[in-house]
Design a protein around this ligand. Structure first.
Ligand code: CP
Length: 305
């Protein structure tokens, strides 16, 4: 039985196969429409979500399966003190696969230790978000035709942005990637990401504060929201939340073929006037997320089509 807790649980070959399957599902949805008939996905969301939970549910429904779950810990017996371990053992009686989001880093890993069905980490605190990473990789692959040889700028809250940590980890295993980390000093990429992932592989990266100065060199600009829910101090959040606001004027020095990604939700960091720029890909990213989650469900349930 396989789980997906960290993106490194998948080999590069497996990631490439998931991307290929997702693209095949996009082209031939009917082929997959009954692939999970009789199977159930449980979505256990102890933290808010729009895209991840609903794209998982849409993915299972489009595979012919069914869904159950909760979208708020307050409506589950977690509110009475039930542990994650007990919750997951219970849900293992009802569902064939679990997608779980939790505010505590490592909670999906703990769940996987006792689950009797595959567990997918749908985001754990400020740590990891591997299925967003699969979504991001599929989007980059579709936009560029390859996952190699480009410069990616991550901009915003690189400290708490779990999607950033997972995507850096994934891209570090592809050839020819240069990383530019654009953040205020307080929201820099964590040392553990540099020390465990980038430095051992000798991968090129720079840490800067100016989005404008970095813009001309970027092939991908990955914007992020300042993660209000991870701050201990509201004053710090209010001071930092609008550090970067991408608007059409700032894009004037960007490459015509640059692509703008954002895991969403956005708050102020991309103005709506950017949405019509052909380089804006964040709503395509949302659409891609369902297909790569379909591919992942098929893989973890060992369903062959
Ligand atoms: N990208 C993402 O995780 O969005 P949600 O929080 O809406 O699931």
């Amino acid at each position: 039985m396989r789980h997906l807790i960290d993106i490194t649980d998948l080999s590069v070959q497996e990631i490439d196969e998931l991307i290929a399957t997702a693209e095949d599902i996009m082209e031939h949805p009917d082929k997959y429409a009954e692939a999970c008939h009789g199977k159930k996905l449980a979505t256990l969301f102890f933290e808010p979500s729009t895209r991840t939970r609903l794209s998982f549910e849409a993915a299972m429904l489009d595979l012919g399966g069914k869904t159950l779950g909760f979208s708020d810990a307050a409506t589950s017996s977690a509110s009475k003190g039930e542990t994650v371990g007990d919750t997951v053992q219970v849900i293992s009686c009802y569902a064939d696969i679990i997608a779980m989001r939790h505010p505590k880093e490592g909670a999906p890993y703990a769940a996987a230790q006792v689950a009797r069905v595959p567990v997918i980490n749908a985001g754990d605190g400020g740590h990891n978000h591997p299925t967003q990473t699969l979504t991001d990789l599929l989007t980059i692959h579709r936009e560029r035709g390859s996952l190699e040889n480009f410069t990616i700028g991550f901009c915003g809250d690189l400290k708490f942005g779990r999607t950033v940590h997972s995507l850096v980890s994934a891209l570090s295993r592809y050839q020819g990637i240069r990383f530019v980390f654009i953040s205020p000093p307080e929201l820099r990429i964590p040392d553990y990401v540099k020390e465990n992932t980038l430095d051992p592989l000798g991968l090129p990266y720079e840490e800067v504060e100016s989005m404008e100065e970095s813009m001309p060199q970027l092939d991908i600009l990955y914007m992020t929201r300042v993660q209000k829910e991870r701050f201990f101090n509201e004053a710090d959040y209010l001071r930092l939340r609008d550090t970067y606001i991408l608007d059409p004027a700032k894009l004037q020095t960007a490459k015509p073929e640059m692509r703008i990604l954002h895991p969403l939700p956005r708050v102020n960091e991309i103005t709506v006037s950017v949405d019509k720029d052909p380089r804006a890909c964040y709503f395509k990213q949302v659409a891609n997320g369902k297909f790569v989650r379909m591919a992942l469900i098929l893989k973890l349930l060992e369903v062959r089509v």
